[in-house]
Design a protein around this ligand. Structure first.
Ligand SMILES: C[S@@+](CC[C@H](N)C(=O)[O-])C[C@H]1O[C@@H](n2cnc3c(N)ncnc32)[C@H](O)[C@@H]1O
Length: 408
């Protein structure tokens, strides 16, 4: 993370606007933590001629042992892309300090992938708009979950050119490797993203997909709650698959196959069929490994007879009017609330010098893919930048927070 360490820190009087290269930065307000000694957030915005203004925090930490020394960093939870913007903001601040060390001249080690077919989760928040922007509306869509080395995804994209192929993979190096191949093959019918597929499905509109492939998912025999297949996952598949759409599981784990079959039997909308040791048109890296060991391979097909009629949920992440709450005072303490399928952790409260503006830092949502967000508190409460992802777990956590704030 970009940072500099300085011997003493003298900030300009806030708010102030400073310029560097083609960036104009406004340093707005400093908020001091109620939890961590000598730790503050500096609310910063940047304006670049042809880009939308960006908002982020810089963190300031005074050394506990040597009170004169400060570490100034780009805050991880409000990080922006490209990171060079935050580096420029740090350079501006560093220019008036006695800097001891910094990494502001370092080039990013992982190249910034700005390839048009690599998408972010936020790009999918308005799916129809995304398809329209990409000129891909009215296309049939296939989704591959956990594409790994990408052999199946690339094969499908090369052999089914009129289909839009979406690939989702949580392992970033795999995604980057497949991105290179998509570029080399000049495929224009693929979108890929690095995210947890279980959460991604919740964001898709109903009846949007024709096929879903889950090939050789990690069996997680000792931690079944981490499996991709679950009742909640199949419910989402039943919602997003079109009539006559198909979910295809291919696995070398007999246990995973039986477990998925049992789950599927609970769904009346699926017509179930399965095969053993069926040849696939392409052999994935994992399949090749199991073939060498002569392992049996199981295919499970779930054909959508009638899409599940689950009403589309409209999650409202606004806050009620809260004039005061004992939760939001300088005596703030970290607290964690763990529920069956979500959690909420109140991480920190940061307060400006006048005491009329506060920032609440929370982590919340799904255990596998938690979000960390800031909530800006002045006369109203509002999520910093955009609201959380519209998932059930996030919404439950948001509601819990609202009731905690009201309760006190
Ligand atoms: C055993 S590999 C199989 C890869 C590929 N499908 C194949 O057949 O070679 C499982 C892949 O699923 C990915 N994965 C696991 N959980 C995931 C999730 N929740 N969302 C997206 N990808 C996931 C892993 O990172 C891994 O690349």
């Amino acid at each position: 993370m970009p940072h500099f360490k300085a011997l003493s820190l003298s900030l300009p009087e806030l708010p102030c606007t400073l310029s560097c290269k083609e960036n104009e930065f406004s340093f707005l307000e400093l908020y001091s933590s109620c939890v961590f000694k000598n730790y503050s957030l500096l609310h910063t915005t940047s304006k670049i001629s042809n880009l939308k203004p960006k908002e982020f925090f810089l963190t300031l930490k005074q050394n506990d042992k040597n009170a004169k020394e400060f570490l100034v960093k780009c805050d991880k939870s409000s990080k922006i892309a490209p990171i060079e913007i935050a580096k420029n903001a740090l350079m501006l601040l560093a220019s008036n300090q006695k800097v001891i060390t910094h990494n502001l001249n370092q080039q990013n080690i992982t190249p910034q992938f700005k390839l048009p077919f690599i998408k972010e989760i936020n790009d999918f928040l308005n799916f129809e708009e995304l398809l329209q922007k990409e000129g891909l509306e009215n296309k049939e869509i296939w989704l591959e979950i956990g594409f790994g080395s990408g052999r199946q995804l690339l094969f499908n994209a090369q052999n089914h050119k009129d289909i839009l192929h979406i690939g989702i993979e949580i392992h970033l190096p795999s995604l980057e490797q497949v991105a290179r191949q998509i570029g080399l093959l000049q495929l224009n019918n693929i979108l890929i993203l690095a995210y947890d597929a279980r959460i991604f499905l919740e964001l898709l509109p109903k009846c949007s997909l024709s096929k879903i492939f889950v090939h050789f998912p990690v069996p997680w025999d000792k931690k079944p709650h981490r499996r991709i297949f679950s009742n909640a996952f199949l419910t989402q598949c039943a919602r997003v698959l079109k009539k006559e759409g198909n979910l295809h599981l291919r696995t070398d784990s007999y246990e995973y196959f039986l477990y998925s079959l049992d789950l599927a039997k609970e769904f009346k909308n699926f017509e179930i069929s399965h095969q053993k040791n069926q040849q696939n048109s392409i052999t994935s890296k994992y399949e090749a490994r199991w073939n060498r060991l002569n392992k049996d391979i199981y295919d499970l097909y779930l054909l959508q007879k009638e899409p599940l009629n689950i009403a589309t949920k409209h999650y409202d992440f606004s806050f009620p009017k809260i004039t005061s709450s004992p939760l939001l005072t300088p005596s703030f303490k970290k607290q964690k609330f763990v529920k069956e399928d979500y959690f909420l952790s109140l991480e920190d409260l940061l307060i400006n010098p006048k005491g009329d503006k506060k920032i609440l830092k929370i982590s919340f949502g799904d255990f596998a893919y938690p979000e960390t967000r800031y909530i800006i508190i002045d006369e109203n409460l509002k999520y910093f930048r955009e609201p959380p992802l519209k998932t059930e777990a996030n919404f439950k956590a948001h509601n819990l927070l609202c009731s905690l704030l009201k309760e006190c």
